[in-house]
Write a protein that binds this ligand. Structure first.
Ligand code: KG4
Ligand code: ZN
Length: 468
């Protein structure tokens, strides 16, 4: 029989539907939380009291550092990530200590299909998920019994893939009576910067650049995000991946690193690609047109992707390198231009902003970092870029985001230990992070809006209003 199961983030939208947590399953969570919030009790409408604390705080002013990393609490959270093509798990302590980090990538599949095929990706996740999680626990020298909670990505991403991680997380949480925290993948990319940079307090800006998303956000507080810009079609990572594929590069580490490497050999001014969306004075992105420009340039130079770059003649290689370098220059100019404007907008909304976080897979690119650092410095801000292993998909960012929300009381009680394997979970494949900045709406927008879930921020705000 198929049953419908709510995962954590349903907490934000359907608090009143949550069953009252049982005494046994919340003991460990309570123990850790009570150390910090002695007056709080899960047994008398816990979320209400937590929410009241949140709503009385000023969402727009910097938080005292005590709200940040590891003061007086001692949580150990397992984070599981399977939203796309990496199976990742990590154990992180609330003081910011990374106890383990394990990633199993599907690079071979990517190389074979030139992109992520959902069914194949699901099967690949299924093959390794148990091993990846076990390794994360082993490397941390812990067992499930030592955990305070389990955090897992519930969206956005590929449903088939998300499901593998969620099922594993719920199985562990159910068997060991652990609270569970559903995590927004893009929020996790942003918040992992707070683990790296202890001074990073709200409000801050973030540019999140990955294979599926391009987001510019103003982070006012935990869970409170204003979306200044998004992509109207493809994300920059997708453009890197296709460029790599069409140039016949080795995709086994994904396309981005291969293009970055080849671009170092090329002349970035040699191919005249035009910068996307110059005429639109907003902060949205578009990479579909640039992809087409790259494809046409490759075709006009008779480059044969069937011949791997390793077998290309000297002249052919240099021609490919020129395209890689020219593509990268323009792709990043588009980021720079949008960031300049976003900084202007964000400082009007929040003059106290000091940091721009750049995260997501593409943020591991050294050229991207260097160029954005210049933009940030020109505007008297500081750039925070997590190390490359925390920019690409990983379990640390999920565990850390889980810790941040857990400390605010945002989690679900443990699932039943006998939850059926074929349960239908509340997955959110298309889940916006923040509320759109009205003045930032692009005339060029052609976003497909069908079956979009309400944003994380709107769910949190609704729950706060409900409790006020
Ligand atoms: O965040 P991520 O690991 O997964 C998604 O959430 O999509 O980002 C993956 C994307 C891929 O498109 C990959 O090609 C790109 O990040 N990427 C890079 C680099 N490393 C990874 N792009 C450019 N330069 C890199 N060094
Ligand atoms: Zn990602």
């Amino acid at each position: 029989m198929v049953s419908f199961v709510l995962t954590l983030s349903s907490t934000f939208s359907r608090l009143n539907l949550l069953p009252k947590p049982s005494l046994v399953h919340t003991v460990r969570a309570l123990r850790t939380l009570q150390q910090r919030k002695p007056t709080w009790s899960l047994y008398n409408s816990s979320f209400k009291s937590i929410s009241a604390q949140i709503s009385t705080s000023n969402l727009n002013s910097p938080k005292p550092h005590t709200e940040n990393v590891g003061i007086g609490d001692d949580l150990v959270v397992l984070g599981i990530e399977t939203s796309c093509d990496d199976t990742a798990a990590s154990v992180v302590r609330s003081n910011g200590e990374i106890l383990s980090q394990v990633v199993s990538s599907q690079a071979d599949l990517l190389a074979q299909y030139g992109g992520v095929a959902p069914k194949m990706a699901e099967e690949a996740h299924l093959r390794v998920i148990d091993q990846v999680v076990q390794e994360a626990l082993d490397k941390a020298n812990l067992t499930e019994k030592d955990l305070s909670a389990v955090a897992v990505t519930i969206g956005p991403g590929l449903s088939l893939c998300l499901r593998v991680g969620v099922r594993k997380a719920r199985k562990i949480a159910g068997s060991f009576n652990l609270p569970i925290i559903g995590v927004h993948h893009m929020e996790a990319h942003a918040l992992v910067a707070r683990l790296i940079e202890r001074e990073l307090q709200f409000p801050f800006m973030a540019l999140l650049i990955s294979g599926g998303h391009n987001l510019l956000i103003l982070a006012s507080d935990l869970g409170q995000y204003i979306q200044l810009g998004t992509t109207i079609d493809d994300a920059i990572g997708e453009a890197y991946d296709k460029t790599a594929k069409w140039l016949g590069l080795d995709m086994r580490r994904s396309g981005g690193p291969a293009v970055e490497e080849l671009a170092r050999e090329g002349d970035a001014e040699s191919v005249k690609f035009s910068i996307p969306m110059k005429q639109y004075k907003d902060c949205n992105f578009s990479y579909a047109g640039l992809k087409t420009q790259v494809r046409l340039a490759i075709e006009s130079r008779n480059i044969n992707a069937g011949i791997p770059i390793s077998s290309a003649s000297c002249q052919d290689r240099s021609s490919r390198a020129d395209i890689a370098a020219s593509f990268q220059r323009v792709a990043v100019l588009h980021l720079e231009e949008r960031c300049e404007r976003a900084i202007e907008w964000a400082l009007k909304l929040e003059p106290s902003i000091k940091y721009l976080v750049v995260s997501g897979g593409v943020a591991s690119n050294q050229y991207v970092r260097a160029r954005l650092d210049q933009v940030v410095q020109k505007n008297n801000l500081q750039l925070v870029c997590p190390p490359p292993s925390l920019c690409t998909d990983n379990g640390v960012m999920v565990a850390w985001t889980g810790i941040e929300h857990f400390r605010m009381g945002r989690f679900d009680p443990p699932p039943s230990a006998s939850e059926p394997e074929d349960s239908l979970y509340d997955l959110r494949p298309r889940w916006p992070l923040g509320e759109e900045y009205a003045e930032g709406r692009s005339e060029a927008r052609s976003l497909r809006r069908a079956r979009i879930h309400p944003s994380l921020t709107s769910l949190i705000q609704a729950s706060l209003q409900q409790q006020a």
